[in-house]
Design a protein. Structure first.
Lengths: 274, 205
């Protein structure tokens, strides 16, 4: 309710100050920042926490053809260790022979432990607008929330990990599609906006440290939690590319690159976005 | 092969375009393969979107800060790819241009089958009119664009060329090559030229 009032106030500022557009934007940004601050002061007001709770239940519930839970899933710190696991991802997993981020690793566990088919898990992984995050995303939100307050400590120093970070770096700058877009088109400079939406400078450490640890995040505009894999899928949609597959080498490499940029940044998941 | 070539180019390029993380030397074939595999539901006629032309390749490699010689090559190549209206008239209708500037519609996978014409989405990155306060800042403000330039013929032609293919003037610009990449038609580009260059356009009021 308070949040809605603040947004309304922001809209009013915009309407009143049409003659002074820059002033209006500053006011809008200040109002949104105040909204965030209020939510921060009352951490239980973030609707994303409902999905984190749902995810905890799902992780501990037997499911799939093998009818087992994900409690034996090794997220990198040993089977069943959830606390602090997200802070050390992505990492190389010898059992899978691949570097994996959180969601990719959860898919792997659902496949190998629970017996789900890979093709089914990657088919429609994201909710439509207004729908709650799907089960996989809810579990990811729970796991990420269990690293809340910690700093990103993914070392990414093994040869396989270094190679994936470098691949992510190259993909970040790779221009393609009818608009010549790359991630860098929007995220390689500080203080820029698309319309009124501020854009984080993700190739540099300062803003990456602030932003990357806020995903998965609850998005007010779509009233749902969006995971990092979903966020990247949405970026490629905007880049006029086809549907980015969850857990693909491209999405894993970009996440590894972003987390490397954010090294030492604090995890505050689920975050809250416009 | 491409790895060796890239190493050579990187050595020549030195530290130009350096970002916060050290620019890696990566085999571009490996990157292209990863991209081609990452979008398995892509329709057959979308697969061309995975490919890069020479300009995209150079801008990616140099992280949009090409060395002088590379920039000159890009400018020359892209200038040759600009097509002009058959009747030589570069100014269309600014009111239609304003609508195109507001619209970001087109070419996303949710935009098929097409329900309207592609937009230019200029406001996403540029300030244009005083009335529209919701504008982005990736590109420079274009407020009073024509007025500042005295509505000159040379600047009208330059504006057409910048919208048709921004990289002819600014190699590795973030701006899409709207004409060359067939995002907008010549008539749509003329409407956008009118938006920035017409004395009666709100951009110049």
């Amino acid at each position: 309710m308070q949040g809605r009032r603040i947004i309304l106030a922001a809209v009013c500022c915009l309407l009143v100050a049409v003659a002074q557009p820059t002033q209006a934007q500053d006011d809008t940004e200040r109002a949104i920042e105040k909204y965030r601050q209020m939510l921060k002061e009352d951490p239980w007001s973030n609707p994303g926490l409902l999905d984190a709770d749902r995810g905890e239940g799902l992780l501990k519930t037997a499911a799939g053809p093998n009818n087992v839970s994900l409690e034996k899933c090794d997220l990198g710190k040993g089977a069943g260790v959830v606390d602090g696991a997200f802070a050390e991802l992505p990492r190389f997993f010898a059992d899978a022979g691949r570097v994996m981020d959180l969601e990719t690793r959860l898919i792997w566990c659902m496949e190998t432990l629970q017996g789900f088919k890979h093709a089914d898990l990657v088919k429609k992984p994201y909710p439509a607008g207004g729908q709650p995050v799907k089960d996989l995303g809810a579990i990811a939100t729970y796991v990420a929330s269990k690293s809340n307050g910690m700093t990103f400590a993914a070392k990414l120093d093994q040869p396989q990990e270094k190679a994936v970070v470098d691949t992510g770096h190259a993909i970040f700058f790779r221009r393609q599609g009818p608009h010549d877009f790359s991630c860098a088109t929007c995220h390689n400079d500080s203080g820029k906006r698309i319309r009124l939406q501020g854009l984080p400078y993700l190739a540099g450490p300062k803003e990456a440290k602030e932003i990357v640890g806020q995903w998965p995040a609850y998005r007010v505009s779509t009233t749902q939690v969006m995971t990092m894999q979903h966020r990247l899928y949405d970026c490629y949609w905007q880049m006029r590319m086809p549907e980015l597959e969850i857990g693909s080498d491209v999405s894993v490499a970009l996440i590894a690159y972003l987390v490397k940029s954010a090294e030492g940044g604090e995890i505050a998941a689920p975050g809250l976005k416009r | 092969m491409s790895l060796i070539r890239n190493v050579a180019i990187l050595l020549i390029a030195g530290t130009i375009g350096a970002s916060a993380q050290q620019k890696p030397v990566v085999d571009t074939v490996k990157i292209d393969t990863a991209i081609a595999a990452a979008f398995p539901t892509a329709p057959a006629d979308w697969k061309a979107r995975f490919d890069q032309d020479e300009t995209m390749k150079a801008c990616s490699l140099h992280e949009n800060s090409p060395p002088k010689a590379v920039a000159e090559t890009i400018a020359t190549r892209e200038k040759a790819r600009i097509e002009y209206p058959a009747d030589g008239k570069l100014l269309g209708d600014w009111a239609s241009g304003e609508k195109l500037a507001q619209s970001g519609y087109g070419l996303r996978f949710t935009d098929y089958p097409a329900r309207q014409v592609n937009g230019g989405n200029c406001y996403a990155c540029h300030q244009l009119t005083k009335a529209e306060v919701s504008y982005g800042t990736i590109g420079p403000s274009l407020l009073n664009y024509g007025k500042i330039r005295n509505f000159s013929e040379a600047d009208t032609k330059a504006a057409y060329e910048k919208i048709y293919n921004a990289q002819a003037a600014y190699p590795c610009s973030n701006m899409p090559r709207f004409g060359t990449n067939k995002v907008l038609t010549i008539d749509q580009i003329k409407d956008l030229v009118a938006l920035v260059m017409s004395p009666d356009s709100p951009v110049n009021k």
